[in-house]
Write a protein that binds this ligand. Sequence first.
Ligand code: GDP
Length: 295
Amino acid sequence: MFDNLTDKLDKAMHVLKGHGSITEVNVADTLKEIRRALVDADVNYKIAKEFTATAKEKAIGQGVLTTLKPGQLLTKIVKDELTELMGGSVEGMNLSGNPSIILMSGLQGSGKTTFSGKLANYLKTKKSKKPLLVACDIYRPAAIDQLHVVGEQIGVEVFSNRDEKDPVKISEAAIAYAKQNGFNAVIIDTAGRLAIDEQMMKEIADVHAAVKPHETLFVVDSMTGQDAVNTAKAFNERLNFDGVVLTKLDGDTRGGAALSIKSVVDKPIKFIGTGEKMEAIDVFYPERMADRILG
Ligand code: GDP
C-alpha cells in the first residue's frame, strides 16, 4: 500500500536527515520534492501545493533551521499534516435508530456489495447488532444473487424482491420487515452504474429521501485515483453523504484518493476495504494511515 509514495517521501526527506545545520534552500527543496511525490501519487495539484505551503510555514515557525534534528521535526510536521489532510480525528458511525438505517452508494465495481457484507459482519460480530441486508439492484439479478451468497457466508439474512422494480418500495418493505422481526440495523445495497448517470442518481436520491438513513456511505475504489474524487463530489452533491468507504487499499493504489477526498468533499473516510474476504474491513484511522505512508 502506497509503497511508491512512501519511498518518494523518504527520499525527499533524506537530505534533512542527519543534517546539523540546514538552510532555507534545503527546506524549500525538500518541500518541493514532497509536493512532487504527492502529485505523483495522484493528489490534486492544488491540495499538494497548499500542503507544502502550510508545512513550510510550520517548519520555519517551529525553528527547523535551528534545531539539531531538522529531519525529525519535518517528519513530524508532515505526519501531522497528512493526518489532518485525511480527516484528523477518527469519525464513528451513527448507529442510532431502531433499526439503524445505512444506505450504501457508489458506482458498479466499487466494491459496494462486498462492503455491505463486510459491514453487516462487522456490526454483527463487533457491535452485537442484528443486521438485515437489502438487495436493491433492480437491474442486475446477478447482484441480488451475489448479496445472497455474501449473506449466507456471514450468516446474515438478505431481503430481496425480484418482482418489485421500485427500489423505494423494496427499501420500505425491508424496513417494515426489519421492525417486525427484530433486526436493529438495515444495510441497503443500491444499484450502481459504470459511470454516473441521472437515472441512477435520481433513484438513489429517491431512496435516500424515502428512508432517511442514519448513515449514508459512499463506496469508492481507491485504485481510480482522481476519478474517485470526482465521483465522490458528484454523489455528495446529490446525497450529502456522511462518510466514505475506500476499497481495494490492499492493491497497488497510489494513494491519491485517500489523500484528497476529505479535503474535496469535506466528509471523513470512515472505513477501508483491504481484500475480498468478509473480514477485510478496517475502521479508518487518519493518524495510523499517515504513519504507514511515512513508512
Ligand atoms: P459492486 O459492483 O460495487 O457491488 O462491487 P463488488 O462488491 O461486486 O466488487 C467488485 C470486485 O471488487 C469484486 O471482484 C470484489 O471481490 C472486489 N473487491 C471488493 N472490495 C475489495 C477490496 O477491498 N480489495 C480487493 N482486492 N478487492 C475487492
